[in-house]
Write a protein that binds this ligand. Structure first.
Ligand code: 8GP
Length: 832
């Protein structure tokens, strides 16, 4: 072997500072094509990423080979969204080479933190559902579970949000513009996916009726693989994302006509399929392109899963023993009809057997009860786009309703609710019902949410299949959300209890006894202060607002949605502003209200609330009479990278959704783990967070889910009366309605005021206002006592161990998937 090649071979594996440094310098020249004098920060990022990637490829292949050799049962996590964020820090930390890399760069005269900043934030998701999928990838790899993620390689991730005159404006997010060093294109892994056309009936070789899908349009799905590094770097799993490619025989007719340009145009149109992520969070778009995206990635993934399975098996009997397919919400639920089609039409499996296999293989997670988020595709669209699937869905439905008829005993309402087809108005396919019926397990994402699933959307299905619904309370990965994002606190924790918590977060409970240790408290506060300083600098850069580091950082970061009630928060801010102005001699606890979050581009009310927050901020931040005791900031372009700066710096965590509406929440977990105290309703996982951190260490307020339900059902709720009886609420609303915050357009906020009054205040902002203000007061009072506050903050961190996504994923593995850890086998290092 050529000596130079040999030396690169060795370099490629070396994890020490010198080896890293040498391979950085080599990569820069030979792969990025720059010399050190001309290299930009981005060049260095690509260099470092490629060199780090080198160091995981061997173990990645070992992992994949071991799964193959052992024919291990794999789990396939099908998700339309993976909100990954940056990968460099994550890969370094999980490989355990952060310090070496920092030193190697140091020797070249570079700072790792600057290099990290050049990486774009991979935002292939909207919010909670997408981020959960990313945390699960980390946990599966860290728990040595044979897990694959399958999704779409969107060319444009979630839009970039900017504020122009206080309004949200969306810009395309071009994360792939400069290439993506983490992905491996697999031009040979290519599957055809069809749309449109028609179904032909024929007799098969034994004279049975059979069907084939003909005259369809064909697109190709091409794979891009990204390695997913588990903690410790031993298991390295795969995230496989599909990109649309036009077939080569595409529109041959156009070439014959000489219409070359037209054929190329058509190619561009076809490839639009994987161009952009739909920017809706918890609302359903209902557009044909979205249905096609869902089918596109699901079909390609299933073909890939069957191909892998068939390497070891000659029939499908043991598919459920070798593959567990998890549907992340209903977005991939068409997969149930697709697997039936592949088994029955393509592989000749008889229907009933195919159905048993399908149900035993799939399971489904529900992430929201909001009616507007439950996918229901018009039958007419489905018939046109996926004609064979529509037939299969009819068939599944007919067999199911026939069976249920006896049990329904003339209760037609029940049958029509169980049906996969909503017959009211224009007929629609209920994807939730399809996902439920085609799965052996269905889960909610917090205890409360799971109970509500049983009582509401899936009540009839629950009666029919009482064993099927189960709960899997969400979790977050402690690697990204504490170890990497909050280095000051992570180092402090490790100094006291060792670093076992990174892999086993339950160990963090050992901190509880340190809550009474004055020295530890001081150090805990110092870590928090460091994080707050970093956030303050970020706020100044992003918004130009100077905030006091020692003020109470009151944080609400999440998608903008009426049910999440950013409006309640800003109304309380206005009330506090008024109190401060009325009582200038009181010594106020300085408060910084920090908001961040994107609104769906078509969600007018959410965008109006953004504008309101910005308008209020402008007035308050410039009012000298509050003596800087209140600042309000709305940070633009909230994403994973911003969250990594914000979470560690929060004192107070706002989790104030209308009870019964937030399925779980995961930001609530990130904030509490980082030592913020929660102010929240008894909604989603807040209920369980309270159980773990203890009643005394959380500020709970507001109506319960049951009370919300009763109040809405009674019809007796009158927001106008509530407003009239609460002078501070009334005054805040009057200020909004008279244009105090919008002198240029006094009527700007009419729709908001209307929703809170004549609109009936669906989200019960007015109903919870007074209780919320009291809880806020209690938080401010407590903050004066820094010792007591710190004690409670430590107890929050110490008691959040259960909310690790490792715990969640192991529950899925044992209770739903029956998938077990597999230790990768590493062949003895070959002599080089
Ligand atoms: C979210 C829920 O709103 C949140 O409470 C939960 O923590 C998270 O899922 C993870 O389970 N739901 C969604 O993000 C969601 O439904 N998004 C789909 C429309 C894209």
């Amino acid at each position: 072997m050529d000596a130079r090649y040999k030396s690169r071979e060795i370099e490629r594996r070396s994890l020490d500072v010198d080896g890293l440094k040498r391979s950085f310098l080599e990569w820069l020249v030979y792969s990025v094509g720059k010399d050190a004098r001309a290299a930009t920060r981005r060049d260095w990022f690509h260099t470092v990423a490629l060199a780090v990637r080198d160091r995981l490829v061997d173990r990645w292949m070992d992992t994949t080979r071991t799964y193959y050799q052992q024919d291990a049962k794999r789990v396939y996590y099908l998700s339309l969204e993976f909100l990954i964020g940056r990968l460099l820090t994550n890969s370094l930390a999980n490989l355990g080479i952060t310090d070496q890399c920092r030193q190697a760069l140091d020797r070249i005269g570079l700072n790792l933190d600057d290099v990290v900043e050049a990486e774009p934030d991979a935002a292939l998701g909207n919010g909670g559902l997408g981020r959960l999928a990313a945390c699960f990838l980390d946990s599966m790899a860290s728990e040595a579970l044979p897990g694959y993620g399958y999704g779409i390689r969107y060319e444009f991730g979630l839009f970039e949000q900017r504020f122009e005159h206080g309004w949200q404006v969306e810009y395309p997010e071009q994360w792939l513009q400069f290439g993506n060093p983490w992905e491996f294109p697999r031009p040979e892994v290519l599957y055809p996916v069809q749309f449109y056309g028609r179904v032909e009936e024929f007799r098969d070789s034994v004279g049975e009726r059979a069907y084939r899908w003909v005259d369809a349009e064909r697109v190709l799905a091409m794979a891009y693989d990204t390695p997913v590094v588990g903690y410790g770097g031993d298991t390295i799993n795969t995230l496989r994302l599909w990109s649309a490619r036009a077939t080569r025989d595409f529109n041959f007719g156009h070439f014959n006509d000489g219409a070359y340009m037209k054929a190329v145009e058509q190619k561009v149109l076809t490839e639009n399929l994987s161009r952009v992520l739909y920017p809706n969070d918890a609302t359903e778009g209902g557009k044909e392109l979205r249905l096609k995206q869902e089918y596109f990635f699901t079909s390609a993934s299933l073909q890939d899963i069957l191909r892998r399975y068939l390497q070891h098996h000659s029939n499908f009997d043991s598919l459920p023993d070798k593959a567990a397919i998890q549907l992340n919400d209903t977005h991939p639920a068409i997969g149930i009809a697709e697997l039936m089609r592949l088994l029955v039409d393509q592989h000749g499996v008889v229907w009933d057997k195919a159905w048993d296999i399908t149900r035993a293989t799939f399971s489904y997670t529900n992430h929201t009860l909001l009616p507007e988020a439950l996918e229901a595709w018009p039958v007419r669209m489905m018939e046109r786009v996926l004609p064979r699937h529509m037939q299969i869905i009819y068939e599944i439905n007919a067999k199911f309703l026939n069976r249920s008829k006896a049990r329904a005993a003339g209760d037609n309402g029940r049958l029509s609710r169980l049906s996969l087809i909503d017959e009211r108005g224009d007929r629609r396919v209920r994807m939730g019902n399809l996902a439920f019926l085609g799965s052996h397990k269905v889960n909610g994402v917090s205890a409360l949410h799971t109970e509500l699933m049983k009582q509401t959307v899936f009540a009839d299905f629950h009666a029919e299949f009482p064993e099927r619904i189960n709960n899997k309370t969400n979790g977050i990965t402690p690697r990204r959300w504490l170890h990497q994002a909050n280095q000051p606190l992570a180092a402090l924790i490790t100094s006291r209890i060792g670093n076992g918590w990174i892999k086993d977060l339950s160990q963090i409970s050992a901190l509880a006894e340190k809550a009474d240790d004055l020295v530890f408290r001081e150090e805990f506060r110092r870590a928090k202060r460091k994080n707050k300083k970093r956030l303050a600098a970020y706020i100044a850069r992003q918004t130009g607002v100077d905030v006091q580091v020692d003020s109470l950082f009151d944080v609400q970061v999440k998608r903008m949605h009426e049910y999440k009630r950013q409006l309640l928060n800003i109304l309380q801010a206005i009330a506090l502003y008024n109190e401060m102005r009325d009582n200038p001699t009181v010594s106020w606890v300085p408060v910084t209200k920090i908001f961040a979050g994107k609104a769906a581009p078509s969600y007018h009310m959410a965008k109006l609330i953004i504008k309101l927050i910005n308008d209020v901020a402008k007035v308050v931040n410039h009012d000298p009479s509050v003596h800087d005791n209140l600042k309000i900031v709305l940070l633009p372009n909230y994403n994973v990278t911003a969250a990594e700066i914000i979470m560690p710096a929060a004192d107070l965590s706002e989790q104030i959704s209308t009870a019964g509406m937030e399925a779980s929440g995961t930001g609530n977990m990130k904030l509490a783990l980082n030592g913020a105290l929660t102010i929240g309703t008894l909604d989603g996982a807040n209920v369980e967070i309270r159980e773990h951190v203890g009643d005394d260490n959380i500020f709970i307020f507001g109506l319960t889910a049951e009370e919300v339900n009763d109040l809405r059902a009674s019809g007796g709720f009158n927001p106008r009366e509530v407003i009239a009886s609460n002078p501070s609420l009334k005054r805040a609303l009057d200020m909004i309605s008279t244009g105090v915050f919008s002198p240029d357009d006094p009527h700007r906020y009419h729709p908001i005021l209307q929703a809170l009054t004549d609109g009936g205040d669906h989200f019960l902002v007015t109903a919870d206002f007074s209780d919320y203000c009291q809880a806020q007061q209690a938080a401010m009072d407590l903050y004066r006592d820094q010792e007591e506050w710190t004690r409670k903050a430590i107890l929050n961190t110490a008691n959040m161990g259960w909310f690790s996504s490792d715990r969640t994923i192991m529950e899925y593995a044992t209770e739903i998937w029956d998938v077990h850890p597999v230790k990768p086998e590493h062949p003895a290092e070959t002599e080089t």
